[in-house]
Design a protein around this ligand. Structure first.
Ligand code: ZN
Length: 246
């Protein structure tokens, strides 16, 4: 069983399509989506429709999905994120807004010993960036493997019998073997707004037969995504950052 894991698509249709094309070539059986389909980018309605058509085995909401869907008003958002969310809300069809509004919160199970979460399995809005915080999650919860998003940084926190270590950011092409007796918190990175100074779209494939995850990066037509952002009347900074992956 091979699972395509996508997170933080952020209304970037070009990045989403390029990931799906690359993943189709690699081969996968099912899809898991870790939230933040929308926000920041210029194609929220198109991305929601693409995701719906994938019929994900598991999908959860992210913080941007809540605000764009109108469940929350984004009081805790910075100005840039809030402006983008309000423009995204205007660009959504009623059907897509309903789909977003009904996405469940994480964590949700993916198979028997695996979870998916947006921030962490305890808090959908927490940014998980260091091994100490990961250690608390390993201690407090029972899972072998948890995929999470939200930080837009591809990373692995690995618990062995002795220690919890972090690998971040993880370069594209990295293969992580999954070993019995160890436990993992893994972030695939962001499809639509990478922030590790690699502008290529990020995704990951979990291969349960081979007992491994592989991180992938794929180039996509950034100028096209930038044009959609500008045409939608979104802040130009959101277009500029895609070029540098920040
Ligand atoms: Zn995000």
């Amino acid at each position: 069983m091979r699972t395509l894991i996508l997170s933080d698509l952020h209304s970037n249709l070009e990045a989403t399509q390029s990931c799906l094309e690359a993943a189709r070539e690699l081969g996968y059986d099912r899809v898991a989506i870790l939230g933040d389909l929308v926000g920041y980018g210029g194609s929220p309605d198109e991305v929601v429709k693409v995701v719906q058509a994938l019929d994900p085995a598991v999908i959860i909401r992210g913080n941007h999905d809540r605000v764009v869907a109108g469940i929350e008003q984004g009081e805790d958002f910075n100005l840039l994120a809030l402006q983008a969310a309000l423009v995204n809300r205007r660009l959504l069809s009623a059907e897509s807004r309903d789909y977003l509004a009904n996405l469940p919160p994480g964590p949700r199970p993916l198979g028997e010993s695996c979870l998916v979460a947006h921030g962490t399995p305890l808090d959908e809005d927490e940014y998980l960036v260091d091994p100490d915080a990961a250690a608390l999650l390993f201690r407090g919860l029972d899972f072998f493997l948890c995929f999470f998003g939200h930080t837009h940084l591809p990373c692995v926190f690995r618990k062995t019998r002795e220690t919890v270590s972090g690998l971040l950011p993880v370069p594209g092409g990295t293969r992580i073997p999954l070993r019995d007796g160890e436990r993992y918190l893994i972030n695939p990175g962001s499809v639509g707004q990478p922030r590790d100074e690699d502008p290529r779209a990020a995704f990951l494939i979990l291969d349960e037969t081979q007992r491994q995850v592989v991180f992938h990066r794929v180039s996509y037509p950034v100028p096209k995504a930038q044009l959609r952002i500008l045409e939608a009347g979104l802040p130009p900074l959101l277009a500029q950052r895609l070029q540098r992956g920040i």
